[in-house]
Design a protein around this ligand. Structure first.
Ligand SMILES: [Cu+2]
Length: 530
């Protein structure tokens, strides 16, 4: 915390001016109101075509809003949920209409030399944007999921993303957010993130068929995200700051089972999620993690969802009587990390007529005629049986400057020199289409980090050197902090699948604590075509 005054000084000197003539972002829901699902846009005849406009404003409490607006007859709506089927085409036009006065000096600028230009040219700034489709197994090329080269500049014409969801994409919850290196944290802190759903979960996991479905996006906002300290969480943009403001309300019928899709769209909050009745955690039936259905659904009282992770689970409402709450618990990220606080995300109120009070989509009907999707036919299904073609070790570490906490954040391939990410760097890993690799990822830092790789999922096989019973497919996972000398490093070992030729190209792996990513805890991997 000693570094706070330094950060404030930097911000004042930089003239961090967010003076706006008028609010560009829609008003967000008042505290203590019923939580509605985000507006859902659904593909029609195999295509979902939509236009989103990124805007910016500052609210009365001083929080920056970055909003991905979708225009409706009732006005702009932020960050709609994009719902598609396997094999559908997503055509998304994204326009940047951020208008911030003089942001050019506020952050160190990214070196784009050496990058191919995809979209607009020019230097990336806090007002530039682009889009990452987190978890989708789509090509890392221009107009699809290419965060390294894509730049959308303010005032320019719309940039078109155009991609096909693979026919064997795992049904599940994905999400989209800006990913301009050096500036990702600000826009996600401001709320610029939404859900993307590949339909069909009820066909893979019959447990959810026929249940009412809810989509909950948890976001996190700091007044200035560089400054460690207090923050607010929100649920579908409604601030959850109990007891200083009333909790968001989730309405359910007594005893009703619902199918919740929950995305952790925070910038750095590791969330041990629970549903409690009178303070007692209830068993939640976990169905999927990170957009990948579990081989065997299991019951858990606490579901740990790291930043950028998603969990899909079945919640059963209490009978009338006990106080029911959806909470995230305290989580320690270690001596140099920021603590993640306990917070009630919503109170669950049971009403016999709960149906009429909320907008949400009924889950896919449990019709016998709808064809099943077999777990064997979705991507990566046979990964456990493959022989690895290479084994790599990768580690997180931090460098200190005096007593002010970590100043450099590294992710390093074992044997290489520690370095921060540069836009014009060469890939630190080169592999080829057809490879299946086992990676051991260790954390040598006194702070928990959050591993994420673009374009593929990985199958978790060991944690801290011991085989795990549930070999889940993930795209994001926590790696706990090192307790210090005399203690082993925490690690996970997972199998990474580079067999699909459509992911050939250059993409990134990084820490999904977004400040760390922006400061360079990221590197490139090149997958050569066969
Ligand atoms: Cu990190």
């Amino acid at each position: 915390m000693r570094s706070v005054s330094k950060y404030l000084f930097v911000i004042l000197v930089c003239g961090f001016s967010f003076l706006r003539l008028e609010a560009q972002c829609p008003a967000r829901p008042n505290p203590g109101t019923v939580v509605l699902d985000p507006l859902a846009l659904t593909s029609v005849n195999g295509t979902l075509n939509a236009e989103l406009t990124m805007r910016h404003s500052v609210d009365g409490a001083g929080y920056n809003h970055y909003c991905l607006n979708y225009a409706t007859n009732q006005g702009d709506v932020e960050a709609p949920t994009l719902r598609l089927n396997q094999g559908d085409r997503l055509v998304l036009d994204v326009k940047d209409r951020i208008a911030i006065e003089d942001d050019s000096s506020s952050v160190e600028q990214m070196d784009m030399s050496g990058s191919r230009i995809c979209g607009d040219s020019g230097t990336p700034t806090l007002s530039s944007t682009n889009m990452h489709f987190h978890g989708l197994n789509v090509p890392p090329i221009c107009h699809q999921d290419d965060v390294l080269d894509t730049l959308i500049q303010p005032g320019k014409s719309a940039f078109r993303f155009d991609m096909q969801i693979p026919k064997n994409e795992p049904p599940g919850l994905y999400w989209y957010h800006p990913h301009v290196h050096g500036f990702t944290e600000f826009q996600v802190n401001g709320g610029a993130a939404g859900a993307l759903i590949v339909e069909g979960m009820g066909k893979v996991r019959p447990e959810v068929a026929g249940l009412k479905e809810r989509v909950f996006i948890i976001r996190q906002q700091y007044l200035v995200p560089w400054v460690p300290g207090p923050y607010q969480l929100s649920l579908n943009y409604q601030v959850a700051a109990f007891p200083s403001s009333p909790s968001p309300i989730i309405k359910m019928k007594p005893g009703e089972k619902q199918f919740w899709r929950v995305a952790n769209a925070t910038i750095q909050d590791f969330m041990p999620l629970q549903v409690q009745f009178d303070g007692v955690p209830q068993k939640l039936q976990l169905i999927a993690l990170d957009g990948y259905p579990l081989a065997n659904p299991r019951f858990e009282e606490t579901i740990l969802v790291p930043p950028a992770g998603r969990a899909v689970f079945i919640v059963q409402a209490p009978p009338k009587g006990p106080a029911a709450n959806f909470v995230t618990n305290f989580y320690s990220t270690g001596p140099t990390g920021n603590p993640d606080f306990q917070q009630r995300l919503a109170s669950i109120d049971v009403f016999a007529d709960a149906d009429e009070t909320q907008e949400s989509k009924p889950a896919e009907p449990a019709t016998r005629s709808s064809p099943r999707i077999s777990m064997r036919n979705i991507k990566f299904a046979d990964l456990g049986q493959q022989k690895p073609t290479a084994v790599r070790k990768i580690y997180f570490s931090e460098e200190f400057g005096g007593t002010n906490g970590p100043i450099q954040f590294y992710i390093t391939v074992d044997g290489q020199k520690q370095k921060v990410f540069k836009g014009n760097e060469k890939p630190v890993i080169t592999t080829h289409v057809g490879a299946v690799e086992d990676w051991i990822v260790e954390n040598h830092a006194l702070e928990t980090h959050d591993f994420h790789i673009h374009q593929i999922h990985f199958k978790v096989m060991e944690v801290d050197g011991k085989p795990v019973k549930d070999q889940d497919l993930r795209d994001t996972i926590e790696v706990p902090f090192w307790e210090g000398p005399g203690h082993p490093y925490h690690s996970f070992k997972a199998r990474f699948d580079f067999r699909d030729p459509t992911i050939a190209g250059t993409f990134v792996f990084h820490c999904h604590i977004l400040l760390h990513e922006d400061l360079g805890m990221m590197h490139k991997i090149l997958v050569l075509p066969k």
